[in-house]
Design a protein around this ligand. Structure first.
Ligand code: PHE
Length: 463
C-alpha cells in the first residue's frame, strides 16, 4: 500500500478534486444545457440538486474512498461486500464512456487555441466545418489523450496535484475578466435576464432530468471518480468541509460561465436571445466573437489564453476520468501503472471515434438515433453523453448512497467522516447527511432514474 501515492497536502486534494469537477462540464456543458432547458428555471433546479442531493453523494464517495484506500471496485470488496462491486464496475464503464466523448470536445477546445492565436475569430461561424474535418480534430484529440495519459502516468502528487494548484485559480481570474467585459456590451442585460430570472412554467420532466444529469456530471459524481481521489486522502482531512468547498467551487465556476456566455448572446442577437438553444456547439459558436469584438492583439491574446485555460480545466477532468480505470487495473489486475495508463488511454481513444465522426462526417453516427417521441435525430456523442449524465451517473449515485447507509451502515460512514472533523458528530450537518444519504437521496435519485428511463428510452411520461 505504501507506494500507492497520495495527496501531499489538504489544499492539493481540494484543488485536484475541484480540478476534476471543474471542466468542460461547467464551461461547455452548463451554458448549453441552460440554453436548451429554458434558462433560469434550469439554473434553479440545478442549484437545488447540487446542494441538496449531490453534496451528500460527494461526501459519501470520498469517505468510502478514504476508508478503503481503493479504486471503486476494490472499495466494495475491501468493505466486505463483494456483491456490491458491480456499482464500481458500472462506474468504470461510465468513466470509459464519458472520457471517450469528452476527449473529442477537449480536442475541439485544443484546436481553438490555434485558431485564436492566428486571429481566426470567424471560426465561430464555421464550427460545423471545423468539427467535420475529422483528421485534424482527431489529431487534436489524440494529442489531448496522450497528454492526459502522460499526467496520469506521473501519479498523484507529481502530476495531478501540481497542475491543478496553479491552473484553477488562473482560470477563475480569466473568467472573471471576461464576465466583466461581457457585461459592458450592448444588450447584455437581455442575456442576464434569460439566465437569472426564472420562468417556472418552463420546468418540465426533461428539464428536471437534464438538470440532475448536469449536476452529477459537473460534480464528477456517481462513477467513483471521488472514491478514487478519496483513496489518496489522509485521515486528517476534513471531508465534509472539503466536499463543501469543492461543490461551491464547481457551482461557482458554472454560474460564472453562464454570466460570460448569456450576456454575449444578448449582444449578438440584439437582445432577441434566439440562438441560445443551439446545443453542444454553443460556446464554440459564441465565445470567439467576444474576442473578435475586443479585436487587435488584445483579442488574440485573450482568446488564446482563454482556450489554453479551458484546455487545462478539461485536462484536470480527463486526468480524473482516466485515473479511475487505471487505479482499477493497477490495484486489481496488478499491471504496472506506466503500462496500464497507455493501454487504457488507447482503448478509450478508440471508443471515442464514433463520437468524433458523428458531427457531420459520418451520416450513420451523425443521425445515430431518434428517441421515442422526438422528431430530430441525436448524434452518437449526444447519445453517449446523455446516457452517462442522465442515467448512469444518477443511478450510480443512488446505489452508492443506498449502499453506504443501509449495507455498510450509517454509523460506519459517520465514523469515517469524523476523522479530521472532531465536531461533526452531533452536529446539524450530521443529522442532515444521515437523512439525505439514508432516505432523501436514494428515494429521489431512484425515482428520477425510473422516470428518466421511461421517458427517454420508452417515450412514456408519468407527468
Ligand atoms: N466534472 C467534469 C466536468 O465538469 C467531468 C467529469 C465527470 C469528470 C465525471 C470526472 C468524472 O467537466
Amino acid at each position: 500500500m505504501a507506494n500507492r501515492g497520495g495527496f501531499s497536502s489538504r489544499l492539493g486534494f481540494i484543488m485536484a478534486a475541484a480540478g476534476s469537477a471543474v471542466g468542460l462540464g461547467n464551461i461547455w456543458g452548463f451554458p448549453y444545457e441552460v440554453g436548451q432547458g429554458g434558462g433560469a428555471a434550469f439554473v434553479v433546479m440545478y442549484l437545488i440538486f447540487c446542494f441538496v442531493l449531490c453534496y451528500p453523494v460527494m461526501v459519501t464517495e470520498i469517505a468510502i474512498g478514504r476508508k478503503t484506500q481503493k479504486n471503486p471496485v476494490g472499495a466494495f470488496n475491501a468493505l466486505g461486500y463483494k456483491k456490491w462491486n458491480f456499482v464500481g464496475k458500472m462506474g468504470i464503464f461510465s468513466g470509459f464512456l464519458i472520457l471517450s466523448f469528452y476527449n473529442v470536445i477537449a480536442g475541439w477546445a485544443f484546436g481553438y487555441v490555434y485558431e485564436m492565436a492566428i486571429g481566426n475569430f470567424d471560426i465561430a461561424t464555421h464550427f460545423s466545418e471545423f468539427v467535420q474535418d475529422v483528421f485534424k480534430v482527431g489529431a487534436y484529440g489524440m494529442v489531448f489523450m496522450a497528454t492526459t495519459a502522460y499526467v496520469v502516468s506521473k501519479g498523484i502528487s507529481g502530476g495531478i496535484e501540481k497542475a491543478a494548484k496553479f491552473l484553477m485559480p488562473s482560470l477563475l481570474i480569466m473568467i472573471l475578466l471576461i464576465v466583466g467585459y461581457a457585461l459592458t456590451l450592448p444588450n447584455a442585460m437581455a442575456g442576464v435576464e434569460f439566465y437569472l430570472v426564472p420562468d417556472f412554467s418552463k420546468i418540465t420532466t426533461s428539464v428536471v432530468i437534464s438538470a440532475l444529469g448536469q449536476a452529477f456530471f459537473s460534480l464528477s459524481l456517481g462513477m467513483g471518480a471521488l472514491i478514487t481521489y478519496g483513496s489518496y486522502v489522509n485521515k486528517k482531512e476534513n471531508i465534509v468541509s472539503a466536499a463543501a468547498l469543492i461543490t461551491l467551487a464547481d457551482v461557482g465556476i458554472a454560474v460564472l460561465a453562464g454570466m460570460m456566455i448569456f450576456p454575449l448572446i444578448g449582444f449578438m442577437t440584439d437582445g432577441a436571445m434566439d440562438n441560445v438553444g443551439s446545443g453542444p456547439g454553443l460556446i464554440f459558436e459564441t465565445l470567439p466573437q467576444i474576442f473578435g469584438t475586443i479585436g487587435g492583439t488584445l483579442g488574440v491574446v485573450a482568446g488564446t489564453l482563454f482556450f489554453v485555460l479551458l484546455c487545462f480545466a478539461a485536462l484536470t477532468s480527463t486526468v480524473s476520468l482516466l485515473e479511475v480505470p487505471v487505479a482499477y487495473v493497477v490495484d486489481e489486475k496488478n499491471i504496472r501503472r506506466s503500462r496500464a495508463v497507455w493501454l487504457v488511454a488507447g482503448a478509450i481513444f478508440l471508443i471515442g471515434i464514433p463520437s468524433l465522426l458523428g458531427n457531420g462526417y459520418s451520416d450513420f453516427f451523425t443521425n445515430f438515433m431518434t428517441y421515442p417521441g422526438s422528431e430530430t435525430a441525436t448524434n452518437f456523442l449526444g447519445f453517449v453523453n446523455s446516457l452517462a449524465n442522465d442515467s448512469l451517473l444518477p443511478l450510480g449515485g443512488c446505489l452508492i448512497v443506498f449502499f453506504a447507509a443501509h449495507v455498510w451502515k450509517k454509523h460506519n460512514l459517520d465514523e469515517e467522516l469524523s476523522h479530521g472533523a472532531p465536531n461533526y458528530k452531533g452536529s446539524f450537518l450530521q443529522k442532515y447527511l444521515n437523512f439525505a444519504v439514508g432516505y432523501l437521496a436514494p428515494a429521489v435519485l431512484g425515482f428520477i432514474f425510473v422516470m428518466t428511463v421511461l421517458e427517454t428510452y420508452f417515450g412514456i411520461s408519468i407527468f
